[in-house]
Design a protein around this ligand. Sequence first.
Ligand code: ATP
Ligand code: PAU
Ligand code: K
Length: 254
Amino acid sequence: MILVVDVGNTNIVLGIYKKESLLHHWRLSTNRSATVDEYGIMVHNLFHHAGIKVEDIEGVIISSVVPPLMFVLENLCVKYIKKTPMIVGPGIKTGLNIRYENPREVGADRIVNAVAGIEIYGPPLIIVDFGTATTFDYIDEQGQYIGGNIAPGIGISTEALYQWAAKLPRIELVKPKSTVGRNTVSSMQAGIIFGFAGQVDGIVERIREEFGTSPKVIATGGLAELISSESRSIETVNPLLTLEGLRIIYERNV
Ligand SMILES: Nc1ncnc2c1ncn2[C@@H]1O[C@H](COP(=O)(O)OP(=O)(O)OP(=O)(O)O)[C@@H](O)[C@H]1O
Ligand SMILES: CC(C)(CO)[C@@H](O)C(=O)NCCC(=O)O
Ligand SMILES: [K+]
């Protein structure tokens, strides 16, 4: 069994794979001030609850876009799992040809998503990840990672709206009955859900026009299901894309 870990700015997602099947997965909130021992206890409890023994873990792979937590997670692996983790970054074989101006600048989560996307769906592709930020990654017909877009995420954008407007409440993100809201809550729901669905369609259309290709559009991340049902361009939702990518990269490096 292997442990795969994706450290995002909002959540840390952990998965246990036995060969190609995901046996367990968990989500912890990202806490920049948590210590090695605090995360150690959480992982210990999750393993205990799932009946997993630390000795059964052959290896660990981590991708992180939160540099201060890298040290904590690396040490957690050494201290509590007795394994030095593989870290997605320089020196790791991903099999991906990255055409970003500075390949080291691309977030590890975007690289991991691209690797999984190419393996599962084949190029050309656009991957949309609805996390803290909404990211778009364009992979061309040759399977090269070209680059993409980074936009404010749905959660943080929505949070900013009610924090900065005194009469706007915190709302539940569900699809409203009409495109034209006739009360505050449904107006906000329409603005957020149709607005972000339209953002995806708009960006996808621009990429298609600029590159003259017809990439498949795959979405992942917490709100992917909700937005994709309103988007004309998203074809497939794969909530486990990042974990799959970590498993694939691990296999390419052992
Ligand atoms: N049902 C919801 N209603 C409102 N906001 C939500 C909902 N689900 C998630 N969010 C918000 O959307 C953002 C992204 O959440 P998600 O669970 O997709 O994070 P994530 O993919 O783990 O992100 P990261 O990888 O950046 O940590 C967060 O800011 C979260 O608070
Ligand atoms: C954009 C985020 C925050 C999405 O998690 C992450 O991929 C990141 O910090 N990326 C670094 C900048 C870049 O990808 O160009
Ligand atoms: K993510």
